[in-house]
Design a protein around this ligand. Structure first.
Ligand SMILES: [Fe+2]
Length: 248
């Protein structure tokens, strides 16, 4: 066995290093690809995308409301509200499926993220709406004090609430008496759609002004629907929300 020359020894070290480097690079590339796919494909199920929301039952007897028919209320609850819950579930599950497609353009994903916001707003506001119906329409409790404090009198508050609601007649949206946790103020907020909410506002009284909430009973006479709604407000629930919001 001959002793390698210094030149041969250096060449051998270089080749050896190159070999290690090549195999190392190949390994790194494989690992990089694997990591990339792992980043794009969530392996564990995410709670945010379960799509398991369940519709809440009507919290009152729909045959007992004044000026709002059972047919209207049931149609609203079963078609519009329950439909929104089902749609939200589909949207969440589709978002999950889309995240597994690493080549999906972000702008396509964004369209469905908008739907997530629309459906979430619809579900939440409808649940507040139905929960503040079924009462005798007579305001009482500490929420009445709050209304007087911020609007001067119940009558002045009601006039502004109704005018805000009537401004949405013939179109779509929500009128929301809310306590704003940031400003510590109480306002009647105008909302053109399910996504239109004053930041940090906690709903106290929610009125649905989408045409589906009154057209069956009143046609395009939105103001008559607003009057009927006021006769059925469950102020005990509004009061509970007010006390809870201020406590927080
Ligand atoms: Fe609705």
């Amino acid at each position: 066995m001959s002793i390698p020359t210094r030149r041969e020894a250096i060449k051998g070290i270089a080749l050896g290093s190159a070999g290690i480097a090549v195999s190392g690079y190949a390994g790194s590339a494989a690992n990089a690809n694997t990591r990339s796919e792992e980043n794009a494909i969530p392996i564990q199920a995410s709670r945010a995308f379960r799509g398991e929301h369940q519709p809440k039952a009507l919290p009152f007897d729909p045959t007992k409301l004044k000026g709002l028919s059972e047919k209207l209320i049931r149609s609203h609850h079963e078609n519009n509200y329950t439909g929104a819950v089902k749609a939200l579930n589909v949207v969440e599950q589709r978002l999950d499926a889309m995240m597994k497609d690493k080549d999906l353009p972000a702008y396509i994903y964004g369209d469905l993220k908008r739907e997530e916001l629309v459906r979430t707003g619809s579900v939440v506001l409808h649940e507040y709406y139905f929960a503040n119906l079924g009462g005798d329409g007579r305001a009482a409790g500490s929420v009445l004090d709050l209304i007087k404090q911020w609007f001067g009198s119940y009558e002045q508050w009601e006039a502004e609430f109704k005018r805000t609601a009537n401004a949405l007649g013939g179109g779509s949206g929500w009128t929301i008496l809310a306590y704003n946790a940031h400003t510590s103020e109480v306002h009647n907020y105008w909302a053109w759609d399910h996504m239109h909410n004053a930041p940090m506002s906690r709903p106290l009284l929610v009125l649905d002004m989408y045409e589906h909430s009154y057209h069956m009973d009143y046609g395009s006479a939105a103001a008559k629907y607003v009057d009927a709604f006021m006769q059925n407000v469950k102020w005990e629930e509004v009061n509970r929300r007010a006390e809870e919001s201020i406590k927080k």
